[in-house]
Write a protein that binds this ligand. Structure first.
Ligand code: GRF
Length: 223
């Protein structure tokens, strides 16, 4: 049996994506195991989720390091080394990483972002999608590169923006899709089916058929 890729999941908050990864990793044949859940906040609910699942956890508080990002990352690096992590998943990790750290983990670090990148990088994506009036919104899993939310895209899922949506309803619809595509993307990356090559993501997986249109065209235009 192939060796499972040891993954560190970095969280700052709720940890629902971590929960999806924990569930996925229990399935026979999943190519990764969660070797560490690391948080920059001792009060992150994701840590509790990890403990309940019996996973090793570590806390490296970012606050005491102030602007010393390299120092903070060196402390994280020590935990990652201790856990023997071969890959990192940023699952709601709210710190921007330095170029040095990102370079060290190039092609081995994924991030999940709640928009269809390159639209709406950064924060408050659902409010911004509603303000922009887009009809389709969604989420993205990408390899992490130094530019925030700019890395090569591994997977995306689109959802309709529905009449009456507010930030909460739209966020919930997107989050359900994050929970689908993040475990899938990690499985591909952990097994070498998603790779960073020449600055692009190569993904060996079945392409989706069909298309989403929102609103639905009326007959007779709807084929
Ligand atoms: C998710 O929406 C993720 O895309 C973003 O932060 C949120 C984290 O949620 N980066 P959770 O902690 O996984 O529940």
């Amino acid at each position: 049996m192939a060796e499972l890729t040891r993954v560190a999941v970095l969280v700052s908050g709720r940890g629902s994506n971590l929960g999806a990864l924990i569930a996925a990793a229990r399935a026979p044949g999943y190519p990764a195991r969660i070797a560490l859940v690391l948080s920059n906040r001792a009060d992150a609910a994701g840590l509790e989720r990890a403990r309940e699942a019996g996973l090793p956890t570590a806390v490296v508080e970012s606050r005491p390091f102030g602007r010393d990002r390299a120092g903070f990352e060196a402390a994280m690096g020590a935990e990652l080394d201790r856990a023997g992590a071969a890959m990192i998943v940023l699952a709601g990790f709210m710190r921007v990483l330095t170029e040095g750290f990102v370079a060290r983990w190039s092609g081995r670090m994924l991030n999940v972002h709640p928009s269809l990148l390159p639209a709406f990088p950064g924060l408050d994506t659902h409010a911004r999608a509603l303000a922009a009036g887009v009809r389709l919104h969604g989420c993205t899993v990408h390899f992490v590169t130094p530019g925030v939310d700019e890395g090569p895209i591994i997977a995306q899922a689109a959802v309709p923006v529905l009449p009456g949506d507010d930030e909460a309803t739209l966020a919930a619809r997107v989050l359900a899709q994050e929970h689908r595509i993040l475990p899938a993307a990690l499985a591909w990356a952990a097994s070498g089916r998603a790779r960073l090559e020449g600055g692009r993501a190569v993904v060996e997986a079945a392409p989706a058929g069909g298309a989403i249109a929102n609103p639905l065209p009326d007959p007779p235009f709807a084929a």
